[in-house]
Design a protein around this ligand. Structure first.
Ligand SMILES: *Cc1c(COP(=O)(O)O)cnc(C)c1O
Length: 418
């Protein structure tokens, strides 16, 4: 086979002892492929972010909740965040202990809160009314609160989760009311958290956000933890040599802020972070097949099986993903051209890459969509009654194993009473 355009995966030996053509033959197209070595590397980079001793990395599993990857994260010493009972359920199945899980709730029902309480999982609430609800169903209990420090950051307005225009967290001006509710139900506030947004590439915005939550934390005695949030960005433009987030500088800045704060607080409490994308995005490549190439008026379209049912990020957030090309045949071309890479879903917004300059692509080529390991398979759907792809892991020894099977046609009708 020819690696027509594949510098990124070549440079990190992504496919190990296998290759994209064989993987598609064996497991079907489209296909999510993960690399265990890269996943573990990212876990370790986050664990070693600071030298501050009481530091917990909570993988935000909404980015990728594949059970096999969760088990690897557990082996690497990570803890986890959950956004729903389903996530808590899967995390417990993966082997995480209740004390390793933080339920970051948002507008949840009493039953959902009760699920966490019944499983001894710490709940973080994100409004005064949900704090009231927690007090009603678990008086005398321990609780955490998500604050909104009034600042936000992120790559798209849908993922900026702090700041004055978002639904998240408790406005710090309500601290007196928070204290009233805590007293009323004899609740112990053990932690506070924030998450101001996703995909920052400069550490400074994060450190500023950290300072905000630390100044809020000063209002409460006897906290056990402060959770600083996730959002650590990854370079999605690797083919243009985009640089990585400078973790060394960020770590040093954080260390000095955290140590200074705990010195004045008088207690080396635990600091947590909640990276999702940083842990899993780069360990994933989505493979798909080119089924048709055509010219419509001025535009050349590359038609693939990579619809937005398989990868939602481009249509949802206008996200960029680099694309590689692999070829089984010996067709050769030195031409480069702007093409629009589309899927097979009946909607004109079904576009993975618009006007992207790529080496000439032919029918039968396999495309690799890079950095698809976060918010990829977890957001895939059966829209158009298509089958969600299988997930394969390239193990550390370089060999592939199936870690989630592809949907079957029978799966599509399993929920009907027929
Ligand atoms: C989504 C989310 C994260 C993870 O965001 P990333 O950008 O993937 O790091 C962390 N914390 C909370 C509360 C979230 O909702």
């Amino acid at each position: 086979m020819q690696y027509v355009y594949s510098d990124v995966t070549k440079s990190n030996n992504f496919f190990g002892n296998s290759n994209p053509i064989d993987l598609i033959k064996e497991y079907g197209s489209p296909l999510y492929v993960y690399n265990e070595r890269i996943f573990r590397e990212r876990c370790r980079e986050m664990k070693n972010l600071v030298s501050y001793p009481n530091f917990s990395v909570n993988f935000s599993v909404k980015a990728n909740s594949n059970l096999h990857l969760l088990k690897i994260a557990l082996e690497e010493g990570l803890n986890v965040d959950a956004m729903s009972p389903g996530e808590m359920f899967v995390e417990l199945k993966a082997g995480f202990k209740p004390e390793q899980i933080l339920f970051i709730s948002n507008n949840v029902s009493a039953e959902e809160m009760q699920f966490a309480i019944d499983h001894n999982i710490t709940v973080s609430v994100d409004s005064l009314s949900q704090l009231e609800l927690f007090g009603t169903i678990n008086p005398g209990g321990s609780v955490a609160i998500r604050f909104n420090p009034g600042v936000g950051a992120g790559h798209h307005k849908k993922v900026i989760t702090g700041g004055k225009e978002t639904k998240f967290g408790v406005d710090a001006k309500f601290i007196p009311q928070v204290k009233e509710i805590l007293n009323k139900y004899n609740l112990k506030l053990i932690g506070i958290n924030q998450h101001i947004g996703s995909l920052f590439m400069e550490g400074n915005a994060y450190v500023e956000g950290v300072k905000s939550i630390l100044s809020i934390a000063k209002n409460f005695e006897n906290l056990e933890f402060i959770d600083l949030g996730g959002g650590f960005g990854i370079p999605y433009h690797k083919q243009d040599n985009e640089s990585r987030l400078d973790l060394t500088t960020l770590g040093e800045q954080l260390d000095s802020v955290l140590n200074e704060w705990t010195d004045s607080y008088g207690k080396k409490i635990t600091f947590k972070i909640e990276p999702g994308r940083y842990i899993s995005a780069e360990c994933g490549v989505l493979l798909g097949t080119v089924h048709a190439v055509k010219i419509n008026y001025e535009n050349k379209y590359v038609g693939t099986d990579l619809g937005f049912n398989v990868l939602q990020r481009p249509i949802m957030y206008d996200s960029h993903h680099d694309i590689e090309i692999y070829r089984e045949s010996d067709i050769c071309s030195t031409k480069k051209e702007a093409v629009t890479v589309v899927g097979n879903i009946c909607e004109s917004g079904d576009i993975i890459a618009k006007n992207r300059v790529l080496p000439e692509i032919f029918e039968g080529d396999i495309l690799g969509v890079l950095d698809a390991g976060a918010y990829g398979h977890v957001m895939s759907s059966n829209y158009n009654n298509r089958l969600r792809p299988a997930e394969v892991l390239i193990k550390e020894d370089g060999n592939p194993i199936l870690i989630r099977r592809r949907d079957t046609l029978e799966d599509l009708i399993q929920y009907y009473n027929i």
